[in-house]
Design a protein around this ligand. Sequence first.
Ligand code: ATP
Ligand code: ATP
Ligand code: MG
Ligand code: MG
Lengths: 457, 457
Amino acid sequence: SGNFRGISPAEFFYRNRQMAGFENPTQSLYTTVRELVENSLDSCEEARVLPTVDVTIQSELGRTCTVSVSDNGTGVPDENVPNAFGKVLYGNKYSSRQRRGTFGLGVTMAVLYGQISTGTPAVIHTKTAQNEGNEYSVYIDIESNSPIVKSSNPLKRKERGTTVHITLNGDLKRSRERVIEYLRLTGISTPHARITLSLDDTERYTFGGFTKKIPSLPVDSLPHPHAADLELIRRLAAKNPDLRLHEFLVGSFQQLGHKTAEKFLNFIRMDPRATIGSLDREALSYLGNSLRKYDKFGKPSATCLSPVGKESFFNAIRKEFNATVIGYSQRGPLEWDGFPYIVEGVLAISDAFEQSDIPHLFRFANRVPLLYDSTDDVFAKTLKRIPWARYKPPEISGVAIFTHFCSIRVPYSAAGKQSITSVSSITSEILSLYRELGRKLKVFSEGKKRALHSRRK
Amino acid sequence: SGNFRGISPAEFFYRNRQMAGFENPTQSLYTTVRELVENSLDSCEEARVLPTVDVTIQSELGRTCTVSVSDNGTGVPDENVPNAFGKVLYGNKYSSRQRRGTFGLGVTMAVLYGQISTGTPAVIHTKTAQNEGNEYSVYIDIESNSPIVKSSNPLKRKERGTTVHITLNGDLKRSRERVIEYLRLTGISTPHARITLSLDDTERYTFGGFTKKIPSLPVDSLPHPHAADLELIRRLAAKNPDLRLHEFLVGSFQQLGHKTAEKFLNFIRMDPRATIGSLDREALSYLGNSLRKYDKFGKPSATCLSPVGKESFFNAIRKEFNATVIGYSQRGPLEWDGFPYIVEGVLAISDAFEQSDIPHLFRFANRVPLLYDSTDDVFAKTLKRIPWARYKPPEISGVAIFTHFCSIRVPYSAAGKQSITSVSSITSEILSLYRELGRKLKVFSEGKKRALHSRRK
Ligand SMILES: Nc1ncnc2c1ncn2[C@@H]1O[C@H](COP(=O)(O)OP(=O)(O)OP(=O)(O)O)[C@@H](O)[C@H]1O
Ligand SMILES: Nc1ncnc2c1ncn2[C@@H]1O[C@H](COP(=O)(O)OP(=O)(O)OP(=O)(O)O)[C@@H](O)[C@H]1O
Ligand SMILES: [Mg+2]
Ligand SMILES: [Mg+2]
C-alpha cells in the first residue's frame, strides 16, 4: 500500500542535479568541462605520460554549447564504455590512493544533463593499447540507471586516448571566465600537463607545461587502523575468517606490525590466537572501537598521496602569475577518520592578485582547483580566523595563498566536489598551516622594511 | 581490465556520509533525531491526525546514545518495513506535493550510521490500521543496498503509529542545544503538533501544540509546463503515445487548458493533431524548449503546497518567544524550473532574540527548521544584502525573521537538507520578501518614535 518504490541513483541525481554542480546553464557548462578534464588527467596519470588535454567549446545558436575534451591517456576499454559513461556510480577509481575521480558519477552527470537539455547523446571516441579506436554515442536510461548505446562503430584514432563530446544547454558568455580560471589553475596543480582551450575558434589559450617531470604514481595502501569502523572490520574479517587476530591485524592495516599488534591486543585484552571469524558482533565492535581509540599507531604512510610539492608549486606560481613566492608549508601525512591526507600551502605576492587585507585564496583538492561554494569550505572559513594584520603590514598587498588538500578520500560537502567540510582535526592543521605561512610573510615584510631603511640611510 | 565496477547508493552514502549530515558524532545525533521526527510528522499528516511525537534520548557509557521517536501516524505496512528502513533511495514520498521527506534516504542513513558506529540494529515497532503491531530489528547490507531483517515478531502496540530506536555513537552533551532548538522550531512550523523531548530521564520539554486545527493536506498536482525538460516530456509521451498533441498537453500539465494549448501550438507552429508518439527526438526537444520558454502560462496552483500562513505563524511565534509580531509577507505561488513554490516570512521582536544590527534568521523548508550550513544558504546570504539600517533604527534590537520555503521540490545543496541553493529567480523573490518585511519594521519603529514623542509632550 501507499506507493512504496525505489528510485535509481541516476533518478536521484537527475532530480537533485544542483547537488552535483548542474544548478543552471552557467554552472552546468563549467561542471561539464571540469568533469571531463579531471577524467582525462586521471587517465594520463594512469598511463604514465606527460598529459596533453585539449578543450574545445563551441557555442551554437541560443544557448547550446558543445564541449569536447581530448586526452592522450589510457583510453577506455570497449566493454567498459557503456557503463563508464551511461551508468551512475560506476567507474574504476574505487581505490585507496589519491585520484581526482572518486564517485563514478562525474561524466555520467554530464551525459545526463546534455541529454535532458538538448536531446543529444554523448559521443566518445576512444582508443586503448588493445584496439584501433571506436566511436560510441551513448544515452543514459535514467530510471534504470543503465546505458543506451545509440551507435558504436570502429573509427581509427591516431593515438591512444579519449575524446568526449557533450552537447548541452550552457551559457558560454557567463561561464568562460571561470572555465579559463579553472584550466589556468589546473596547469599549476598539475604542472606537467599541457592544456589547451579553444573557444568558438576565436580564442585560444594554453596552460601548464611548466615541467617535463612526471610525478611518481601514488600507490594503493592498506587502511590505517583509525579507519576501522564496524563495516570495514566486518568486510576485512569476511575475507579470511580463519586468520588469527594477530595475523589479521598485521595483514589488514598499515602502521600495524607484529610488535605493535601484540602490544595492542594485550592492551585491549584480546586473545591474539582467536580467529577473526570467531568474534561475535559485540567483540568486533569492541575491536573496531579500540583500534580507532589506540593512539600508539604511527602516522600513515604518504605513498598513496601525491602532493604538488614545494619546488613544483613555486615554479608554476612564479611563472603563471609573475609572482614572488614567500613561503611553503606542509602538514602531514596525517589521517582524518583513518584516511591519510596532506595539506600543503604556498604564500605568494603578485600584482596579478587582488589587493585586499586578507590574502586571496586559491583552493585545490587532489590537484583539482575548487572555484565554487567557497563560503562553506573549511579552508575559506579558517582563513578568516587568522588575524592577518599581525603578519601583513598594510603596504604589502597582492598576497595570495594556494592551499592543496590531498587525501585518498576528500570530505566534500556535496557531490559537485567544490567545498570541503571541516571534519576531524583538519581545521587545526589548516590554522597551523596559515600561521606558518603568515610568519614567513612577516619575516619577508620585515626584511623588506629593513632593506628600505638601509637604502634611505 | 582496470577494476571497473559499480557501487550501490548505500555504499556511496556510507563513504560520503558527511554529505547526508553524518560528519561527526555531534551532527550524527542531531541528524538522526531530525530524520526520525520528520518521518513521524509526514506520517501523521498522511493519517490526518493531530500529531503526537515523543522523542527520547538516552546516553549510555562513553558516547553511545539511543534515540527513540514515537508517533501516532499511519504506521508502516509489514511488507514495506524492510525496504523502508534498510534500503537507500526507497520510500513512498516520490510525489508531486509538499512533504518533508523526499529522497527515500533519511532514516536508512540513521540505520546505517547506528550500525557502523555501534553494531546495533535499528528497532522498529509499528502498527497500521491493518494489524495489531509488529517489532522488527533491521540492518542494511551496504554493498548490496538491501535490508537484513535480524528479527521480526508480533508485538501489540496500543495505537496506530510507529516507534523507531536507533543506537549510535553520538555526543549528547554537544548536540542537546541544537536538538532542543530544532524541536522548539518544529513546534512553530508545525504548530498543531505536540512534541515532547526527554533527555536521560532528567530533562523534559514539550513543544508545539499551539492549535488544534489540522491544515488541509496538500494535493499532488500535474507538472507545470515550465518543468518540461526532455526526460519529463519523454516519460509523459511514453504513457500514451497515441494522444494528439492538444490532448497530450492539456492532460499532462497544469495551467494548460484547451484554449492555451491551441494558442501555444499555433505559436510554435506544431500541428495539434499530430500524436505525441510520432514526434522524433528533435521535435520533442523543440516542444520541451518551447514549453519552458512560453511565458503566457499561468502561475502554478498552490493546492500542492502547505505554507504555515500568517495567523498560525504569528500565533506560534508570539507564544513561543513572547514576541511582538511586526509583519508577514508571502511571495508566490511561483515556480522554479517549473516546480511550484511559496516563500513566506515573519518579522518579530523579542528579548528572546539575539541583539544585533542584522535580524536573526530562522530558516524553514517544507515546515522543517534548518539549523546547519547557513553560510551557503540563499536565505542567509540574501539577508546580508539588505541595508537593514534603512529599516531598523539602532534602538530597536532583538529583531528576528522567520523564513519558510515550501515547494514540491526544494533545491537543497546537499543530501543533509540544511541549506537551499540560489536557483532560478528565487533570490529576487527573497529580496522582495525581506524588503517588504523591512518596510513593515520601518513603519512600526516610526510609530514607536511618534508614540514616544507624544508621551513626552
Ligand atoms: N578520458 C577518460 N579516459 C579514460 N577513462 C575514462 C575517461 N573518462 C572516463 N573514464 C572512465 O569512466 C569512469 C567513470 O567516469 P566518472 O567521471 O563518471 O567517474 P570517476 O571519474 O570514477 O569519479 P567522479 O564521479 O568523482 O568523477 C572512470 O572511472 C574511468 O574509468
Ligand atoms: N514514522 C514513520 N511512519 C510511517 N512511515 C515511515 C516512518 N518512518 C519512515 N517511514 C517510511 O519509510 C520510508 C523511508 O523513509 P526515509 O526517511 O528513508 O525516506 P523519506 O522520508 O521518504 O525521504 P528523506 O530521505 O527525504 O527523508 C518513508 O518514505 C516512509 O514511507
Ligand atoms: Mg570523473
Ligand atoms: Mg525521511
